[in-house]
Ligand binder design. Sequence first.
Ligand SMILES: Nc1ncnc2c1ncn2[C@@H]1O[C@H](COP(=O)(O)OP(=O)(O)OP(=O)(O)O)[C@@H](O)[C@H]1O
Ligand SMILES: O=C(O)C1=C[C@@H](O)[C@@H](O)[C@H](O)C1
Ligand SMILES: [Mg+2]
Length: 168
Amino acid sequence: MSPRCVVVGPPGAGKTTVSELLAERLGVGFRDVDADIVETAGKPISDIFTDDGEQVFRALEEEAVAKALAEHDGVLALGGGAVLSPRTRELLRDHTVVFLNVGMAEGVRRTGLSSARPLLSGVNPRSTFKALLDARLPLYREVATIEVLTDSLDPEQVTDAVIEGVGQ
Ligand SMILES: Nc1ncnc2c1ncn2[C@@H]1O[C@H](COP(=O)(O)OP(=O)(O)OP(=O)(O)O)[C@@H](O)[C@H]1O
Ligand SMILES: O=C(O)C1=C[C@@H](O)[C@@H](O)[C@H](O)C1
Ligand SMILES: [Mg+2]
């Protein structure tokens, strides 16, 4: 079993929103690895970061991604930092991977100052977001089979572009 497509990208790129729409349009199931981690850990991601630290979160995430890739045959959304793991990037080699890209200004606007996103809740979300994009762009591009820049598209238009890119 293998996901129809896997969706990656920075926070606010629309992975969750677009993956849900995409799954509906393709008539397949939707699964979000962030939600899997919350269920396994029994607490919100922000609490995992606070109580246990980012390293523990990344280890849980690596396991959750491997499990979901093996179990799910629909659309699978990964967390924004999942591609930081070399093991995850290796596992993604055999898959159709959609990179939803978003620029700094729009990414910061969409994510706001939500404390639900622990990595962006610092004093300067703009510079944090920029550093995150700079570090991760090559990793998203390493695993992606298609890339869609979402800045000036609404979620339906992003979904159309993805379907055009991956086929029905
Ligand atoms: N193309 C878009 N245009 C405008 N707003 C969008 C678009 N895509 C998503 N949004 C909005 O941006 C916010 C973040 O979207 P979403 O939660 O889907 O992003 P995400 O990539 O899953 O983020 P995270 O990595 O934090 O899980 C939501 O409020 C959503 O409604
Ligand atoms: O960009 C990131 O590193 C993260 C994004 C979210 O999807 C969550 O997986 C978590 O908040 C970490
Ligand atoms: Mg999400």
